[in-house]
Design a protein around this ligand. Structure first.
Ligand SMILES: *Cc1c(COP(=O)(O)O)cnc(C)c1O
Length: 370
């Protein structure tokens, strides 16, 4: 981790301290309220639960601190993504989405944006720069792509998209601010599903948008207030607690993935493997350039769907589940959702288990899946 990020991680754990009065609780209070004590002139005060909430604000403070930006929290990753699109798009605009990224934004564009007169195109992450960005109002990138783990040069996309007059949005869910900071590379907006590693305990859905542009921050804040896509205070409280240990968890998860990837690739049950941390992975050079760590996701291909399911279900240290980024290692066969991957392709989300027992369990399950 870069020195600047280490300092941010350390300061994050003391962020609330400066705002405390003598006798205040040190841990974050949960403000469950829809209304505020509000006699007389309302300006300059908290007014209503859809407008603001001190527990959301504390969570936004942590996320904003990590990304050196303003943050707006949302009740899910998709609510954050929807805000990043609908706060800026109007009829006649075009959006560019990754063809191989998280699939829901494409379904959203197809089912709802096109009906509003907003067109969209898709491009593979590995060749995202080909064709330029003229005519786009929003260029939306996801890197590493989920589940294929291809990488696009965020600085190049940001530069070219902005030169073409587009807003550049980066989905940073798979890396978190400890792995990659797209705003530093020129993105206008970062969106993320804190449902995944940021919360890390698989018990809440949450999302956020960050930006360093005041006008864009204002537009996203207005979108949340007017659309009503607000997070619950309790969920914000849970995510606040999760983020306090994110640096520790992310570091263990990436260490574990770096340990597992070469061993898995050597295994005879595995026909192909993608991990940006492997020196001969097609995404390795870009990963070294723009990421602090190589992440905790590994894509491995087994012989067929049956072998892949047997591996996932037969391993005592793999939780079969969709989603990723939890404390516990989990996996799923992505073809079951229609992703364009081989039937035996498994997305492995490496967790925080101690490394050797984890490898033992995974190696044993692979031996049985040859
Ligand atoms: C899960 C995910 C989302 C959506 O998050 P939800 O909290 O499920 O709405 C968006 N982008 C990526 C990359 C994801 O993995």
């Amino acid at each position: 981790m870069a020195d600047e990020m280490k300092l941010r991680a350390a300061r994050m754990l003391h962020l609330r301290q400066s705002g405390l009065a003598k006798g205040d609780p040190v841990s974050l209070s949960l403000a469950m309220t829809s209304v505020y004590h509000l006699p007389g002139e309302p300006a300059g005060h908290r007014q209503y639960g859809r407008f603001d909430n001190p527990t959301w604000e504390a969570t936004e403070d942590l996320l904003g601190h990590l990304e050196d930006a303003r943050c707006i929290a949302f009740p899910s990753g998709m609510a954050a993504i929807t805000a990043s699109l609908l706060a800026f798009l109007k009829a006649g605009d075009r959006v560019l989405l990754p063809s191989d990224g998280y699939y829901t934004p494409r379904v959203l564009a197809d089912r709802f944006l096109s009906g509003l007169g907003i067109a969209f195109d898709t491009r593979p992450t590995a060749s995202f720069l080909d064709g330029g960005f003229d005519d786009y109002r929003i260029v939306f990138a996801e890197t590493p792509s989920n589940p294929g783990l291809d990488i696009v040069d965020l600085a190049a996309v940001s530069k070219q998209a902005k030169a073409a007059g587009a807003i550049m949005v980066a989905d940073n869910t798979t890396m978190t601010p400890f792995g990659q900071r797209p705003l530093d590379l020129g993105a206008d907006l970062v969106v993320a599903a804190d449902t995944k590693a940021a919360n890390g305990h698989s018990d809440v859905l949450f999302g956020h948008v960050t930006t360093r542009d005041e006008a864009m921050h204002g537009a996203i804040a207005d979108w949340r207030k007017l659309s009503g896509a607000i997070p619950g205070p309790f969920e914000a409280w849970q995510v606040h607690r999760g983020i306090e240990t994110l640096e520790l968890r992310f570091s263990r998860m990436c260490d574990n993935a770096e340990m597992l990837a070469p061993r898995l690739r050597e295994h005879k049950a595995v026909s192909a493997l993608r991990y940006p941390g492997l020196p001969d992975d097609p995404a390795h050079n870009l990963a070294r350039m723009q990421m602090d760590r190589f992440g905790f996701l590994i894509g491995l291909t087994l012989k067929d769907a049956a072998k892949a399911e047997a591996f996932i279900d037969g391993c005592e240290m793999i939780q079969p589940a969709t989603s990723f980024g939890g404390l516990h290692t989990s996996a799923e066969r992505r073809a079951r959702w229609g992703d364009e991957v081989a039937p035996g392709f498994v997305r492995l989300s490496v967790g925080c288990e101690p490394p050797e027992p984890l490898w033992q369990a995974i190696g044993d399950a692979l031996d049985a899946a040859v």
